[in-house]
Design a binder for this molecule. Structure first.
Ligand SMILES: Nc1ncnc2c1ncn2[C@@H]1O[C@H](COP(=O)(O)OP(=O)(O)O)[C@@H](O)[C@H]1O
Ligand SMILES: N[C@@H](CCOP(=O)(O)O)C(=O)O
Length: 353
């Protein structure tokens, strides 16, 4: 029987200052996929047709063996003994999440792919297993968990035994081979399935009066590049600095009314932002010159994900925060766009029509 369904996945902002690779929150920008699957399977095994609108449309590959979302879907299918896409699938993508800005576009694409694979194969995988598949691709849990679950979410990766560690550490090229069988000699091999129960999470309270101002520089910074500049080891005092703040922040952002005196300091970080400032001209100035005392309504300000977007959490005064950030960025030659976003508790959704 022919089927149609719609997949909706939110943007995310990870880290929120001190919670590097640990916390994320979902935001009111969405990636949506409208999918149709024909009733009768043709003999010819036509690969999916992708049509794409919105952010990234000029650069995203429409070849389903190169596109991140469909490659992830195929990974999920192949791990579940389904070697190829159903024939004749059509996918209309609409994307509001800008690429390479620290708003979780790749995390959203991965979650969309996992949900797509689950639905195309009618696998009925539980949420925990969907997360396992996402973590084999994205490998840090903050964005993908917040995108799947929705809201303000903290997560950790379970310590795996040696066999499971090895299974979870295979190169991404083996998880997501880029080419179809006639080009890739490894295609016939089964991809490595994820170990069970890799990711664990909890959703924190979020105070409904807090909104997010996303100050989005007009340049892309790949997450991979922004991770390369981070050190392999940290001083104990920097680790304690972050842990103290994160412990306070996860509760402080759920309190009504939120306390800027507590939150501004609790959103400071010493584990990633100082190292990323060379990649983001204006970052230290924006985060130090815009404060609750200069900008009433501001609660705290940090890098969103790996950047270059700045995330300002505030209850009012949004325009002034954003325009003053614009002025600072312009002094460093960086143009920006900004948006006021809601932090919703809405998870990723699959609606069958
Ligand atoms: N909707 C999408 N469909 C396919 N690929 C995507 C999509 N969104 C993001 N990507 C891929 O992810 C890349 C950006 O990932 P990344 O560097 O992690 O930045 P971000 O902070 O936006 O997640 C894009 O250049 C693109 O290759
Ligand atoms: N913890 C990661 C988060 C990356 O988020 P993204 O939205 O930039 O992909 C990091 O800081 O590297």
């Amino acid at each position: 029987m022919a089927r149609k369904f719609k997949i909706t996945v939110p943007a995310t902002s990870a880290n929120i200052g001190p919670g590097f690779d640990v916390v994320g929150l979902s935001l009111s920008l969405q990636l949506t996929l409208d999918v149709s699957v024909p009733g009768q399977e043709g003999e010819d095994r036509t690969p999916p047709i992708l049509r794409y609108n919105g952010e990234g449309a000029a650069e995203v590959p429409l070849n389903p063996y190169k596109n991140l979302t469909t490659r992830v879907a195929l990974y999920v299918l192949r791990c579940n003994d389904i070697s190829s896409f159903p024939s004749g699938v059509e996918i209309d993508v609409n994307n509001e999440i800008p690429f390479g800005r620290g708003l979780g576009s790749s995390g959203a694409a991965v979650i969309a792919g996992v949900l797509l694979g689950n639905e195309l194969g009618q696998l009925g995988l539980p949420q925990e297993r969907l997360l396992d598949f996402a973590l084999m691709v994205e490998r840090h849990p903050d964005n993908v968990t917040a995108a799947l679950i929705g809201g303000f979410v903290g997560s950790y990766l379970r310590e795996l035994d040696q066999a499971a560690t090895e299974a979870a550490s295979v190169p991404l090229s083996e998880v997501l081979p880029e080419y179809p069988p006639d080009v890739d000699e490894n295609w016939g091999l089964s991809p490595p399935p994820p170990p069970e129960g890799i990711g664990h999470f909890v959703r924190f309270r979020w105070s409904p009066e807090i909104k997010a101002v996303a100050i989005i520089p007009r340049f892309e910074l790949s997450t991979a590049k922004a991770r390369e500049v981070l050190p392999a080891q940290y001083d104990r005092k920097d680790v304690i600095f972050n842990l103290q703040r994160l412990a306070v922040l996860t509760t402080a952002l759920g309190q009504s009314p939120p306390d800027p005196g507590l939150i501004y300091e609790a959103m400071k970080d010493r584990m990633h932002q100082p190292y990323r400032k060379a990649l983001i001209p204006g970052l230290p100035e924006v985060t130090s010159k815009i404060t609750p005392s200069t900008h009433p309504g501001l609660l705290g300000i940090c890098l969103s994900g790996a950047g270059p977007t700045i995330l300002a959490l505030a209850t009012s005064g949004f325009d002034r925060i954003a325009e003053d950030a614009r002025t600072i960025f312009l002094q460093r030659g960086v143009e920006i766009d900004w948006q006021i976003l809601k932090v919703s508790g809405a998870s990723s959704v699959v609606q069958v029509s």
